[in-house]
Design a binder for this molecule. Structure first.
Ligand SMILES: Cc1ncc(COP(=O)(O)O)c(C=O)c1O
Length: 398
């Protein structure tokens, strides 16, 4: 009797899920979680048609490189499919240490720690180092993984206007001199494609005694010598304490990394709950990233091709009068300003054989609803011709 009464009680959380408006809209218009039937390089099969992928982050186009695919399989043959546990418990494997050493050396850092996702690495770069009583100075447009890290840290957050050193200086004036401070920024802002104004921002933060964390998920592989990233691009390695990032973009794998001094990385391993209690990077993920890192240093043609494609793509979009939010990198937003326009544009592109992703408020600031695109070294001249025709068609249909 008691049980049957309980089973009839409405569960508030189930009701909330049932009534959720954003989920209903997502399922009605289906802009996200689309299922591709096949993929070959920058081409995917979707609903039986071949489309050009223009929204993945395979900047250097290494996800189909034969050496990367080979390394992925070889690593699994040598080490098995998974470590099935955390490194704090089951121990590290030789491939973890080898990849960390290679990444640290590439980035000019003493040490590095890799994890199963960029999200975890970047979140823990903030959450493990900041604590209650500290003040975090955060660019307003940072990625959600960094906001989650800030929230978990329990520190007080002060936001400054996106990529605006002057505002950072103003905000810092209200923070007591002796309060421990952390600066949290991105190297290349993922949605906007803006390069961080690092020389000014790093100098102001350094003068104020801020510990600095830069998420370079979209600068790694794209900027700097051989793709060493935004910090290298500006020659500011001595001004930034931690560089974190993702291996799911230029490194053509999945996983994340944090690089810094040996002392900082050992502190992370002691204090980051995401690091202590989450399973280790799998052999194939590490194998792919390691091979991609070698290719970045031995085959410069991918980076050259990426920038050639980026220049051509940007000129083409500008010629159509589109607002690119002053993007300077291969991450190129097309700002249309309303949900309706964005959805129509996105559908027109699919109709003409180009797959992109839309981003609407609150994921972007109000009035900045956009189509997010990213150029890859895998795009051929013919792909870019087809993309140009599709864009012209979508502009006409607005
Ligand atoms: C700026 C930034 N940081 C971190 C991440 C998380 O990386 P991952 O996808 O490897 O978890 C992303 C992914 O989109 C990102 O854009």
């Amino acid at each position: 009797m008691g049980l049957s009464i309980l089973s009839r009680t409405k569960k508030a959380i189930v009701e909330r899920c049932h009534d959720d408006y954003p989920t209903k809209m997502r399922l009605k218009y289906k802009p996200f979680y689309n299922s591709m039937e096949a993929q070959k390089g920058a081409h995917v099969r979707f609903n039986g048609r071949e489309l050009i992928m223009l929204s993945s982050n395979d900047y250097l186009g290494l996800s189909f490189h034969p050496k990367v695919i080979e390394a992925c399989g070889q690593a699994a043959k040598t080490w098995g499919a998974s470590t099935t546990g955390a490194r704090s418990a089951n121990g590290s494997r030789g491939y973890h240490l080898a990849l960390e050493e290679k990444l640290a050396h590439f980035l000019g850092r003493e040490s590095c720690h890799v994890s199963v996702a960029g999200y975890i690495s970047c979140l823990s770069s903030v959450a493990a180092f900041a604590q209650k009583g500290d003040v975090i100075l955060a660019d307003k447009n940072i990625h959600s993984c960094l906001w989650d890290g800030i929230r978990l840290s329990m520190a007080t957050v002060e936001r400054f206007t996106h990529n605006n050193p002057e505002d950072l200086r103003q905000v810092l004036k209200s923070v007591p001199h002796h309060t421990p401070k952390m600066l949290v920024i991105e190297g290349v802002y993922s949605m906007e494609g803006h390069i961080c104004r690092l020389p000014e921002i790093a100098r102001i933060a350094d003068e104020a005694g801020c510990f600095s964390v830069i998420d370079d998920a979209h600068g790694f592989g794209v900027l700097g010598r051989q793709g060493r990233g935004t910090v290298d691009h500006f020659h500011l390695n001595d001004k930034i304490d931690l560089i974190c990032g993702s291996m799911s973009k230029s490194l053509a794998s999945t996983g994340g990394f944090v690089a810094g001094t040996k002392e900082l990385i050992e502190y992370l391993r002691t204090h980051s709950r995401q690091t202590i209690f989450s399973a280790a990077l799998s052999p194939s993920q590490a194998g792919a990233a390691s091979a991609a890192l070698d290719i970045m240093q031995t085959e410069p043609q991918h980076l050259e091709r990426l920038w050639r494609n980026t220049r051509r793509y940007r000129e083409m979009l500008k010629g159509l009068g589109l607002d690119l939010w002053e993007s300077e990198t291969p991450a190129v937003p097309i700002v249309l300003g309303s949900k309706e326009l964005v959805y129509r544009f996105w559908q027109s592109l699919i109709e003409k054989g180009v797959f992109t992703i839309l981003s609407i408020s609150p994921a972007v600031p109000p009035g900045k609803d956009l189509i997010r695109t990213a150029v890859s070294a895998l795009h051929t001249d013919e792909d870019l011709d087809r993309i140009g025709e599709a864009m012209a068609y979508a502009v006409k249909k607005l």
